[in-house]
Design a protein around this ligand. Sequence first.
Ligand code: MG
Length: 342
Amino acid sequence: MKLTFAPHTLHFKRPFKIAHGIRSSTPIALIEIECEGQTGYGEASMPPYLGETHETVISFLRNSGDIISKYSNPFELGNIINEVDAIAPGNTAAKASLDIALHDLKGKMENKSCWKMFDCNKDNTPYTTYTLGIDEPEIIKQKIKEGESFKYYKVKLNGENDKLIISTIRSATDKPIAIDVNQGWKNKYIALEMIEWLSNQNVLFVEQPLAKENLDDAHWLYERSPLPIFADESVQRFNDIEKVSGCFHGINIKLMKCTGLYEANKMIKRARELNLKLLIGCMSETSCAISAAAQLSPLADYADLDGALLVKNNLFDGIEFMNGKITLNELPGIGAVRKLEL
Ligand code: MG
């Protein structure tokens, strides 16, 4: 097999503000793995607060080339992924790009959609939320209109004007909303007070209310919260699940955090054994990585896979949303097709 890769930048339709800060683009890398005339596509997305960059991803991919070229096909996928994972700790987005491309390639060579490989029923896909970043009331209202075909919104809060944001949303729509605080609430008392207030606002769940390492307070909140609380930043990979069990009601699994579909599938199984609810999420990504994550979405309770809708230069066509419901296609692999260069 042969690996090639190139850095790109995704540009947002609007500046995107969350508790970590505001930005208007995200560096990504697109990769291809070729074998016997077929091409598997993969993508790494590197939001700056997670520590990976174009340079670290390209360097990791260079170091992975020998492993990829040592194998003549992607069928021993688990072995290849374990070897790649052992190259260095971290680098989860770079690892995810290889995992996605290997799954895509394997699916194409077997003429099988990845959702079939994972024994998913394509009718069981969840609805994705449509994300509302932190903005002035007028812009939030505009964005609600832009996302009016979606069943749920995801609302970013950061502890500054939270009640104003929610009141603005409630003046425009009574649809259910999911809340994502991105660690933005300062302490457990503020968090509980806000969650109690939100419990009368048709809220589905609250994601990552407190700092990721603060599991004692997460446990305190878990025992008192009237709404389900999901871990996002507190859970990166498989080995993190055990330690958050009993501190959260559910977890947000993202390919860029957990190194891809292979590990995500294992995480889903373990989370279910621990009675955790599941959200499958994304970074700002093209329809390549989004379609890959969507292949596992029938196994999740909720999805937050609108990342490609928020960027101007989506370089792939892929899965679609029918009134927000994830609609998987019958294409082999991850179900994404590279567009002509924009
Ligand atoms: Mg989140």
